[in-house]
Design a protein around this ligand. Structure first.
Ligand code: ANZ
Ligand code: ZN
Length: 846
């Protein structure tokens, strides 16, 4: 038996698979398709442990699916545009393209070394013109359809990255990439109208039973659908007279119209249009301005969270409440955000915790209009229609359901979200023409323009005469120049060769758009390009997309739960509506793999110096050991701590399985016919074990629980080892030995492919690759034992064990029990036998 030499074997098979182009898709209409996809990497350097885990999971799935008879599409590519390349180029005084291509080459070499079964003919690099050309084309199609527009708006600006950011890219007021504090700037930017799909993006989460619940929940929260009403308030002066010359009314969005009687003040967002004009020249101007300026340094998301200290100021104005008729003061407050609802709020301190805190801070009245029935005020107020109690000293607002009090004719009704009281008041507002039903979404349109160089150019031209016009389709792509002097600070906006152009409509000199697209536009459709990567007429053909889509198994990190996955779902739906493919959702099953942490359970990071590079395992042990360890240590969705002992253990198992397969193969005979009627007891035992473990392994692969699938293989290896030790060489069944050797190689091959192909050829003398071999069949009825072991009790005391035929009758069980328990029965008579079939007999004696 040759020694297991990972290095030699792995080098040999990397080359052989390459020469044969083994992993190319062979679209076979007779086979069912399976599209297995791992989220493509950003080429920031060599692969790290997180990548290794991501791709190992996908690769095991893809290889096993292939063996199960699927026609498998398993591609890879690179999300190659983005700021890190630009920053690295500035730092090392080189080109972003050179840096990116070098990193991609390095990552590709590592992927090969890991044995990943990618169809390299379908490699996609988003920075390559033949890819980004189609990104520009799709952008123009969205534009034609009214799903792209420009707008001047306060936007998130990262001062360090010197670019704007989408809402999704700001976490707790900071840049998702560099963690700098994000500022607000008023800039004209390009937007994609993702909000047009808000409802469908929400509804269709139901079509995704194969997604983790928490990811769907995060998307639903991000979309943030809210049902409520818009209510009109009339502006007035301190005496309650309508204000001359003003528009006269301000509308609010509320989910709690039932609380209108508890509205004691009124709030405007600091960015509310016309706010400063309202206070100009008045004694309130300075205080209001202070709040407006202060709010500029806090992100809208944070302001809305309600965890920060609240700031506000009185504007000197009042509004009249359309239901209670009360005159309430108008304030500016920094926890009100301008781009949700109407940017104005009817504050109800007794029912809303934020309003409650604001009222406490600024000493505004808290009128109780909703009570829980254990409230001390309940008995006094439960029938009270007018306001008799004008303030309470509660510790917090009552934000759940309760009974409405001091609320006119609505008193006594149930109050709360979607409550009886809410419905009644909204119906009356609608009848009076002062309000209407309304649905709001938290989701905002996707700001996609970036003032950065290394990205896909937005295909637009600014003409003095014609406005902003799209670059004609036959002039795409707008090619990104690769020779900018980034080190010297040159930007696209300063690159004459790039921006000087002529207007495609009138021919006058014009200026090319110099903003590039958010790189998330590139990753929103790459999975479609894989289905037809060389198409020069279209981004992908409808037939190819319809054949392969949706992706059956998508594997990636939870950090993409919102951004990438939401954008991709939107792109798929928009492209569907334009007739380019027929699927509603891009990813049927989503697996979010857990993190690989260091030995002490810390996340790995360069700054902590605790990164375990994949090469540190591949060098000493080989890629197969690395793959086995990654899949065996934990179920794929769980985090795990890196454990060198587990790696050594994985390597020991590979060697042991190697030896067992060789020994079985040497005793086996490919021409022998399997005949169970000549089996010895030992043969039968191994044969049953084989059916049992293959069944478990198959089910565990289906459930994507690779760790338990590997445990099943280990049991089979143990059973084979027991057999080889117990049965003399000349007495082993040659057909059985061959079968079990083939089984072990086959079921472990998706995990340890190099090991698998080496044994497939050298020990089993097969042609081809185990990758194209069928997955072993099993028959659970063959796994059933003929006999079962039962426990024997005498007067409830455990005395012995014995075997009875499977399906034995109570009489047979009793007879067997009496014979093994004879020494406890001496001199007694059995009066009764209590039998639990297949398990136990309890003999009752006198
Ligand atoms: C009165 C009220 C009484 C409210 C009450 C809540 C509780 P969701 O559910 O998230 O949609 N609101 C409306 N627009 C806002 C804005 N631009 N900035 C900050 N807050 C805003 O929240 C809807 C509620 O948030 C609305 O209902 C409004 O306060 C507030 F007992 O109106 B409510
Ligand atoms: Zn023009």
């Amino acid at each position: 038996i040759p020694a297991y030499d990972a290095k030699t074997i792995e080098e040999k098979w990397v080359k052989a698979w390459d020469d044969e182009n083994l992993f190319a898709v062979d679209t076979d209409p007779a086979k069912p398709k399976k599209y297995v996809l791992e989220m493509f990497p950003y080429p920031s350097g060599d692969l790290h442990m997180g990548h290794a885990r991501n791709y190992t999971i996908g690769d095991a799935m893809a290889r096993q699916a292939r063996m199960r008879g699927f026609d498998v599409l398993h591609p890879i590519g690179f999300d190659a545009f983005g700021l890190p390349a630009e920053n690295a180029a500035i730092k090392h005084n080189t080109q972003a393209a050179a840096w990116t291509y070098k990193n991609m080459d390095q990552a590709l070499a590592t992927m090969k070394r890991m044995g990943f079964s990618y169809d390299m003919d379908r490699l996609v690099k988003t920075c390559s013109p033949d890819y980004y050309r189609w990104g520009q084309w799709i952008f123009e199609k969205l534009w034609e359809r009214g799903l792209v527009y420009r707008k001047k708006n306060p936007v998130n600006w990262c001062p360090k990255c010197e670019t704007v950011l989408a809402n999704e890219q700001v976490t707790e007021g900071r840049c998702w990439r560099c963690d700098s504090e994000v500022e607000k700037r008023d800039l004209e930017q390009w937007y994609i109208k993702i909000t047009a799909y808000a409802q469908e993006l929400l509804d269709d989460l139901e079509k995704l039973p194969g997604w983790p619940e928490r990811v769907k929940q995060m998307q639903a929260n991000w979309i943030g659908r809210s049902e409520g009403a818009e209510v009109d308030f009339t502006l007035c002066d301190a005496e309650g007279n309508p204000i001359e010359g003003d528009e006269g009314k301000i509308t609010v969005f509320t989910t709690r119209a039932d609380t209108l009687f508890g509205n004691t003040f009124f709030l405007l967002a600091p960015e509310y249009k016309g706010l400063m004009e309202m206070v100009e020249g008045t004694e309130y101007e300075d205080a209001v301005r202070e709040v407006v300026e202060g709010a500029k340094h806090i992100s809208a998301v944070e302001r809305a969270q309600g965890t920060l200290e609240k700031h506000g100021a009185f504007t000197g104005r009042y509004v009249v409440n359309p239901v209670s008729g009360a005159k309430v003061p108008v304030w500016v407050a920094d926890y009100v955000i301008s781009d949700y609802g109407t940017g104005a709020v009817m504050a109800v301190p007794c029912g809303d915790q934020r309003d409650f805190e604001f009222a406490k801070k600024y000493d505004l009245p808290i009128v109780p209009i909703i009570l829980s029935d254990d409230d001390p005020l309940y008995d006094q107020l439960k029938d009270e229609k007018s306001t008799v109690v004008t303030s309470v000293d509660w510790d917090e607002a009552l934000t759940c359901e309760g009974t409405l009090v001091q609320s006119g004719k609505y008193t006594g009704m149930v109050g709360g979200k979607h409550s009886e009281g809410e419905a009644a008041i909204v119906a009356d507002l609608e009848a009076a023409g002062t309000g209407k039903r309304s649905v709001q979404y938290r989701l905002r349109d996707w700001l996609i323009s970036r003032q950065r160089y290394w990205g896909n150019p937005i295909p637009a031209i600014h003409c003095e005469h014609c406005g902003i016009v799209p670059v004609p389709e036959d002039q795409l792509p707008v090619t990104l120049p690769e020779n900018l002097d980034l080190g010297a600070g040159e930007t696209l906006a300063e690159c004459r060769d790039f921006y000087e152009t002529t207007c495609p409509v009138c021919g006058a000199p014009a200026r090319r758009e110099t903003d590039t697209m958010d790189t998330f536009t590139c990753s929103s459709w790459y999975y479609l390009r894989y289905t037809d990567p060389h198409n020069t007429e279209l981004p992908f053909s409808k037939d190819a997309a319809n054949h392969w889509m949706p992706v059956d198994n998508y594997i990636g990190g939870i950090e993409h739960a919102i951004l990438h996955l939401l954008y991709s779902r939107f792109f798929t739906k928009a492209l569907r509506d334009m007739g380019f493919l027929d699927v509603d959702e891009p990813f049927t099953n989503l697996l979010c793999q857990g993190m690989v942490k260091d030995e002490n359970g810390d996340t790995m990071s360069k700054s902590k110096g605790n990164v375990v590079p994949p090469s540190s395992v591949i060098e000493p042990y080989g890629a197969d050991t690395m793959r086995l360890a990654i899949l065996f240590i934990a179920p794929p969705e769980k985090d795990f701590d890196w454990d060198p002992k587990a790696v050594a253990g994985a390597n020991r198992f590979i060697k042991r399985a190697w030896n067992i397969v060789w020994r079985l193969a040497n005793d086996g005979d490919a021409n022998a016919v399997l005949d169970t009627s000549v089996f010895s007891d030992a043969d039968m035992k191994l044969y049953r074990e084989r059916h049992r473990t293959i069944a478990r392994c198959t089910q565990d692969f289906d459930r994507q629980q690779f760790n338990t699938a590997i445990s099943a293989v280990m049991e089979l290896v143990n059973a084979a080892s027991t057999y080889l030790n117990a049965v003399a060489a000349g007495e082993r069944n040659a057909a059985l030995c061959r079968l079990v050797a083939t089984d072990i190689v086959s079921v472990l091959a998706p995990v340890c492919p190099f090991w698998g192909d080496e044994l497939w050829h050298e020990a089993l003398h097969n042609e081809g690759s185990v990758y194209t071999a069928p997955w072993p069949e099993f028959d659970l009825s063959e796994a059933v034992e003929d006999e079962v072991e039962i426990a024997v009790q005498v007067l409830g005391k455990m005395r012995a064990h014995t075997k009875v035929p499977t399906g034995a009758t109570p009489e047979q069980m009793q007879a067997a029990a009496e014979s093994v328990a004879s020494k406890w029965l001496e001199g007694k008579t059995v009066v009764k036998a209590i039998c639990v079939p297949g398990k136990l007999v309890n003999l009752v004696v006198k």
